[in-house]
Ligand binder design. Sequence first.
Ligand code: ADP
Ligand code: MG
Length: 254
Amino acid sequence: MRIFCVANQKGGVGKTTTTVNLAAGLSLVGQRVLVVDLDPQGNATMGSGIDKRQLDLSVYDVLLESASIAEARQASPKGGYDVLGANRELAGAEVELVPLDHREKRLRLALQAVQSDYDFALIDCPPSLSLLTLNGLCAAHGVVVPMQCEYFALEGLSDLVNTIKQVHANLNPDLQIIGLLRVMFDPRITLQQQVSEQLKAHFGDKVFNTVIPRNVRLAEAPSYGQPGVTFDPASKGAQAFVEFAREMVQRLGA
Ligand code: ADP
Ligand code: MG
């Protein structure tokens, strides 16, 4: 099982959309996938068709070691993958974990028990560099960073890159940036093209070839409890995410 965080400390940049659609895309190309919702907002849970208010067990119970992932996971009804869900309760874990042993390694340990059940685990991180995100980064082999090609995009990236370097040096030597994913891209906007070129100049082949366009079907899908990839497979956004799933599998030789 390969474990990836979808992370960017900014909110609203497309982390959750990337997580659920990459999961659905990977499932379409035959991969077994677990989505871990590590954001108390529970958007990946809801967007996978699972009601966050009705969770018996969630990632919160797993982090506090009162449940295993095998007990707490559920199948996404339409997505083709499993989900370890989250809701507001998870915000409490941030505080409750602080005095506990191996507090940043809880998710890593829990995932080991389901290692042979999946080809991929995708962790949807909250918009912060908190103890929750740290649990994600300690568990992961790599980080996928969705970003919009806007003026301050590169600036915001340096905090994340520094955090990843620190986790790599101190807690998880496996961790690396797998790639930067350009999302909500509008080729008609000159600035976006320019920032996209800067990204490529700066990060080279760490920038994924696939570009996710701005596409309203991707934004509509969560209210139908499914990823855009299954909600409207013919849409440009869905097709881009399936392409992205193929690129990931190719890159990893999976
Ligand atoms: P994050 O998880 O980083 O906060 P989201 O994935 O929730 O970001 O995306 C923020 C908003 O942008 C959501 O309303 C989502 O539906 C919308 N969105 C994300 N990606 C796209 C896209 N490619 N095209 C159109 N809307 C998008
Ligand atoms: Mg989100």
